[in-house]
Design a protein around this ligand. Structure first.
Ligand SMILES: [Ca+2]
Ligand SMILES: [Ca+2]
Ligand SMILES: [Ca+2]
Length: 218
């Protein structure tokens, strides 16, 4: 019999159930949010966010841009010297970063990736690919994980959800943000499917509690 501690609010319970449903929340290092095409010129707006354990030193790690037309690496960025801040979100932005991107910048490198369809890889110190994001459909090959994420419009970014859910399918794991969030996580809004399951679970729980109260009253 599932017992609910009175102090645990229903909202907290639902959110925790939703997180559990995600089931694949990731501690990283992992690609978390990528803005590759800013409104107008890109260099001031673009950034790449990596989620990892606070304090982790990414010396030896790298990012690689993969050209969607031929699958070749067109740029490699060394992350040597990058240290993950206390909030676990490393924001990499260009030397031309401005506004909120500049405020959030933790590490400076040329992350003005090609505007899709292309792909981005995160490699560890053994040069093993640990995460990959393909945005847009390529003809003849894949450089991401599963189906590609959308190739979003200028000014948008691609981000994982609050829990950094990682199902190894870019189309499922990355969604477009019309307002990119350098240095912060998006709101913890459950996926529509997860939300339905959570609400169904909450309804079943409430029903069980009502039955429990009726049982005790008899
Ligand atoms: Ca770009
Ligand atoms: Ca642009
Ligand atoms: Ca973000």
């Amino acid at each position: 019999m599932l017992r609910v501690r009175p102090r645990l609010s229903l909202l907290a319970l639902l959110l925790s159930m939703s997180g559990a449903l995600a089931g694949t929340a990731h501690a990283g290092p992992i690609l978390y949010e990528v803005c590759y095409d800013g409104s107008g010129t890109d260099a001031d707006d673009v950034f790449t966010e990596i989620l990892a354990t606070p304090g982790m030193d990414l010396t030896g790690w790298s990012l690689q841009g993969i050209n969607g037309s031929n699958g070749q690496t067109y740029r490699t960025i060394s992350l040597t010297g990058a240290s993950v801040p206390d909030d676990g979100l490393l924001v990499i932005a260009t030397s031309s970063a401005a506004g909120s991107v500049l405020s959030a910048r933790d590490f400076t490198a040329n992350v003005d990736w090609q505007n899709g369809a292309d792909a981005l890889l995160l490699l560890n110190e053994q040069s093993v690919v640990v995460d990959a994001l393909q945005y847009g459909t390529l003809s003849g090959f894949s450089a991401g994980e599963g189906s590609p994420a959308a190739d979003v419009a200028a000014g948008w970014s691609l981000s994982r959800d609050y829990w950094a859910t990682d199902t190894d399918d870019n189309a499922s794991d990355f969604f477009g943000l019309s307002t990119p969030t350098p240095g912060t996580r998006p709101s913890p809004v459950p996926e529509p499917g997860s939300l339905a399951l959570v609400l169904a679970g909450g309804a079943a729980l409430a029903s069980a509690r009502r039955r429990g109260r009726r049982g005790r009253a008899r």
